[in-house]
Ligand binder design. Sequence first.
Ligand SMILES: [Zn+2]
Length: 307
Amino acid sequence: MCGVDEGRDGRKRPAGEGAWVRAFRERYGLPGLVDVHTHFMPERVLRKVWAYFDAVGPTTGLAWPITYREEEDRRVELLREFGVVRFTSMLYPHKAGMARWLNGWAADFAARVPDCLHTATFFPEEGVAGYVREAVEGGAVVFKAHLQVGAYDPDDPLLEPVWGLLAEAGVPIVIHCGSGPAPGRHTGPEPIARVLGRHPGLRLMVAHMGMPEYGDFLDLAERYPEVRLDTTMAFTDFAERLAPFPVEERGRLRDLGGRILLGSDFPNIPYGYPHQLEALERLELGPDWLRAVCYGNGAGLFGLTSA
Ligand SMILES: [Zn+2]
């Protein structure tokens, strides 16, 4: 890619990303992309998230420059330029008393940005079953749970009715339960496996392929037919340096192709959007696998009849 585009913040990035993604879609005959893991949230929350990533570099030596530090309307426009026909507004509370407010914002966002799937979240707190039910009745089609940031046990009794309700409604939950980039008290396969033991029909979508516990989360997907994994950041140069996907798991990755969905973490990524697609393509799992992961699986799960 040659030339540079200048973002509104004056940061430069390679031009031609839209063209690259268009060529990728044409290569595989994709009517569009379905990206199940993108972040849109209230402006002041997003600023805090960006400040967190800005601070990560100096303290850990792991630079995490946010590539798409743009105004909200521009971020939506960029996804449309990439041909993303459905995306999400993954948001998540780090403490009690936030989730209901975030859900109100996400419902409003989905109403004004119709290609964004109506997203919701929760936290183990009084009233959680009530506002989760409200969100589902209000049209939420996907939830986000973040066990590392929220620092809660998914097996918390307060969440028991929530899992029951979401399993019954068949609403997918993108859940950050792997121990990357840093482990939490309740991350790793065991806590969430306990929940699945009681709610085997839960439509959990394990974020980041469960990085770095890839094999354990593939085990869960093999055991529970409604468990899926999102590709967010996995297989990229950035992730491969920190937590490489084991070569010996490639076969299972291919076999579970019907339950792996494109996720990107846009806009909070330290590289351009095309790199996630390039990272999937270079796995060499074939065009059918790529079509399922980048479009078909998400289109099926969220009932898209056409692009
Ligand atoms: Zn994310």
